[in-house]
Design a protein around this ligand. Structure first.
Ligand SMILES: *Cc1c(COP(=O)(O)O)cnc(C)c1O
Length: 375
C-alpha cells in the first residue's frame, strides 16, 4: 500500500481534468507586453457602454450593496417574460450565459455522456463539460465555420448525445442559421435531446429572423446583457425554456449569484430601446468598415451577424503571428481555434476612433507578418 499523500488532494474526477485556460484575459496580455492598457477588440465587449439609464440606475443601486439581490430576480424576470411573451416560470436569470452553460451541463449531460457542438464554436461549454465529466462530440462546420444541420444530426445519432449546443449567431465565425434551418434541425433531433441555443448575439439580428418566442419544451435559449447591452462586467444573462427545464436550475443554481446592482441595471437597460437601436446601427457601420479594411488589403472576411468580423490572414501560423504582432502594437484580438477558419483573426467592432486606430495598426502588423514570411 502506498503512503497517504502529504497534502490534501482534489477528487479523482477533478484531478483528471486537463489543465485548460479557456481565455487569457486582456489584463494578463497587457502585463505580458508591459503595457498598462490595450486597444480592447478581442472579447466582443461593447465599445458603446451600457445605456445611460442603466448607468444611472446602477449608480444609485450601489449604495445598497450591503443587501443581497432578490434571489428570484422577480422584477427582471417579469420584464423579460413580458418581452418574450412567456411566463415568469419560463425564465431564469444567472450571472451570464457562461454560468448557465455550467448549469445546463450539470443538469442535462451525465458524466461520460456526449454533447454535440460544431467544431470551432464558442469554447466555454467544453470547459464545463471537462469539469463535470461530459465530453464534446464535434460536428464538422461548413467552409465559413458555420453549422451544418446534417452533420449535427449525424453526430447525435453516432454518439447518443442528449444535449446539442448551437451558438446562433455563432462566435467566433459570426455566421447565422435562419429560423427555418433551426426548425428543420429541431424536427430531426429526437424529442429527448435538449437543444441549447446560445443567442448571445441575438440582439444584432431582427426578431423576425430568429426562432419565434413560443417556448419549445425541447429547447433552451440563452441571452445576455454582455454584448449589445454593454454590461459584460455586470455579469448577467438569462435563459428561456419550459417551466420544467427552468425548475431544474432551481435545484442547482447559486441563489445569490446574480448581484443586486446588475439586476437593477439590466431592468433599466431593457427600457432603453432607443439606445439599443443606436448601438446596433453603429455596429453595422463598424462591420462594414472592417470588411472594407480586409478588402483594401486583399484579404477575405467572413459575413457576420454579430459585433465582430473575422479577417482571413492566411495559414493558422500566419493568423497566430498576426495576433502576436497586433499585441506588440498594443491591440487585443483573438482568433478562431479550429479549421477551416483558424487562419482568420476576429475583431470586435470598436468606436469610430478605435476603428481608425485599429486600421492603422492592422496595416503595420500585417507588414510585419508578411516581412517575416518572406524572410
Ligand atoms: C460572449 C458569449 C457568451 C458569454 O456571455 P456572458 O453572458 O457574458 O457569460 C456566451 N456565448 C457566446 C456565444 C458568447 O459569444
Amino acid at each position: 500500500m502506498s503512503a497517504p499523500p502529504r497534502f490534501p488532494q482534489p477528487t479523482t474526477q477533478v484531478a483528471s481534468i486537463p489543465a485548460m485556460t479557456p481565455f487569457v484575459a486582456p489584463e494578463e496580455l497587457a502585463r505580458r507586453v508591459g503595457r498598462s492598457e490595450l486597444l480592447r477588440l478581442g472579447a466582443n465587449e461593447s465599445a458603446f457602454g451600457p445605456s445611460p439609464r442603466a448607468i444611472a440606475a446602477m449608480r444609485e443601486a450601489v449604495a445598497l450593496t450591503s443587501w443581497y439581490g432578490d434571489p428570484e430576480s422577480l422584477q427582471l424576470r417579469a420584464a423579460l417574460a413580458a418581452r418574450h411573451g412567456c411566463a415568469v416560470e419560463e425564465v431564469v436569470v444567472a450571472s451570464g450565459i457562461d454560468e448557465l452553460m455550467g448549469l445546463i451541463v450539470r443538469g442535462f449531460c451525465a458524466p461520460g455522456a456526449a454533447c454535440v457542438a460544431t467544431r470551432g464554436t464558442y469554447p466555454t461549454l467544453f470547459y464545463h463539460l471537462n469539469g463535470f465529466g461530459g465530453r464534446a462530440e464535434f460536428a464538422e462546420p461548413n467552409e465559413n465555420g458555420g453549422l451544418v444541420p446534417e452533420n449535427i444530426a449525424d453526430a447525435v445519432r453516432r454518439s447518443g448525445a442528449k444535449l446539442v449546443y448551437i451558438a446562433n449567431p455563432d462566435n467566433p465565425s459570426g455566421s447565422f442559421a435562419d429560423r427555418a434551418t433551426l426548425a428543420a434541425l429541431r424536427e430531426v433531433l429526437p424529442d429527448d435531446v435538449l437543444l441549447f441555443l446560445d443567442e448571445a448575439y441575438a440582439d444584432f439580428v431582427s426578431p423576425g429572423e430568429l426562432p419565434p418566442d413560443a417556448i419549445d419544451p425541447r429547447t433552451i435559449r440563452t441571452r445576455t446583457f454582455s454584448k449589445a447591452y454593454g454590461m459584460a462586467g455586470a455579469r448577467i444573462g438569462y435563459a428561456l425554456a419550459s417551466a420544467e427545464v427552468i425548475a431544474t436550475f432551481q435545484k442547482l443554481r447559486l441563489h445569490f449569484g446574480v448581484n443586486r446592482t446588475a439586476q437593477i441595471g439590466a431592468l433599466a437597460a431593457l427600457d432603453d430601446g432607443a439606445f439599443m437601436r443606436g448601438v446596433i446601427a453603429e455596429v453595422e457601420r463598424g462591420r462594414d468598415e472592417y470588411h472594407a479594411l480586409a478588402a483594401a488589403h486583399a484579404l477575405p472576411s467572413l459575413p457576420s451577424r454579430t459585433n465582430f468580423v473575422c479577417i482571413g490572414i492566411g495559414s493558422k501560423a500566419d493568423a497566430e503571428a498576426m495576433v502576436a504582432a497586433l499585441l506588440e502594437l498594443g491591440v487585443f484580438v483573438r482568433k478562431p481555434w479550429a479549421p477551416p477558419i483558424d487562419g482568420f483573426v476576429r475583431v470586435t467592432v470598436g468606436t469610430v476612433a478605435e476603428r481608425a486606430a485599429f486600421a492603422e495598426r492592422f496595416a503595420e502588423a500585417l507588414d510585419r507578418v508578411r516581412e517575416k514570411a518572406v524572410r
